[in-house]
Write a protein that binds this ligand. Structure first.
Ligand code: BTN
Length: 272
């Protein structure tokens, strides 16, 4: 349920604003702005199934059923956050394109730095944290075998900008970028500019340097669930593929791949 949110910045999210913010890049994408929807990722899926053949940015003022990783929901109240999906038809084999998950967190981290002048940290796989609170979640999905494309990638991004009250169950974890927040249109345009080179060329792994240097898990004690078992170790490395290497107490190494693993950073209140 949505708590009352004072809309602190009157930041209309229109196609016109997107056109201004994107500048020349406006020609590269279609832009869909919605007052509300269930989930922008679901809107993107519908478009993919209709056979879209160019990138689309779908953005909503609020979501009624925003989705997160591992079946979680994503709280998306009116106007206080950026809730968007980037739909990208590609002819890259899906196994090459999955690197977009890590690239997306770096793109959003750089976009927040460039527009809101805030330095976020990346919690593997692709959550962004600021001052110990999660301010952004990214849900990457893909449809394969639709039309002539190998895959339609869907990068769903939720950034809490001025949300100041969260449902109780996430109130100790969630935070907002706040401060000198820029407009949602500018933030989304900056995300597109940062991410599109990696979507066009997934073999470009230059994002890995920032992914590693802004990691909030490397060198930390972490905990994860493997099957029925709760395991602990030190996050020691991020591989070229973006997988996390954990050093176990017995000296062995375990490779954690993106997918269904949720990592908690130990001794860190908000390490969900
Ligand atoms: C997570 O925190 O696990 C990922 C959250 C992703 C939320 C964004 S908001 C826009 C897009 N639409 C959704 O339903 N989810 C993503």
């Amino acid at each position: 349920m949505e708590k009352h949110q004072a809309s602190k910045f009157h930041d209309a999210l229109t196609r016109e604003r997107m056109r201004e913010a994107l500048g020349d890049a406006f020609d590269e994408v279609s832009v869909i702005t919605l007052e509300e929807c269930g989930s922008t990722n679901d809107e993107a899926k519908k478009l993919a199934l209709e056979g879209v053949s160019r990138p689309v940015l779908i953005v909503a003022d609020r979501q009624l059923a925003g989705r997160g990783r591992l079946g979680r929901s994503f709280y998306s109240p009116s106007q206080t956050g950026l809730y968007c999906s980037i739909l990208y038809p590609t002819n890259e084999p899906l196994q090459n394109a999955v690197s977009v998950t890590g690239a997306a967190s770096v793109a959003v981290m750089r976009a927040i730095r460039g527009t809101a002048v805030k330095e976020t940290e990346i919690k593997w796989v692709n959550d962004l944290y600021l001052d110990g609170k999660k301010v952004c979640g990214i849900l990457t999905e893909a449809l394969t075998g639709v039309g002539a494309y190998e895959a339609h990638l869907i990068v769903g991004i939720g950034v809490n900008l001025t949300t100041d009250a969260f449902p109780e169950e996430i109130s100790s974890i969630a935070g907002a970028v706040g401060g000198a927040c820029t407009s949602r249109a500018e933030l989304l345009a900056a995300i597109w500019r940062e991410l599109s080179p990696y979507l066009k060329n997934p073999s470009d792994r230059s994002w890995l340097e920032d992914y590693r240097s802004h990691s909030m898990v490397l060198g930390r004690q972490i905990e994860w669930i493997r099957g029925e078992e709760r395991r602990q170790g030190i996050a020691s490395e991020i591989t070229e593929e973006g997988a996390l290497v954990a050093l176990l107490p017995n000296g062995e190494r375990e490779l954690l791949r993106t997918g269904d693993i949720s990592v908690r950073v130990k001794n860190f209140a908000s390490g969900r």
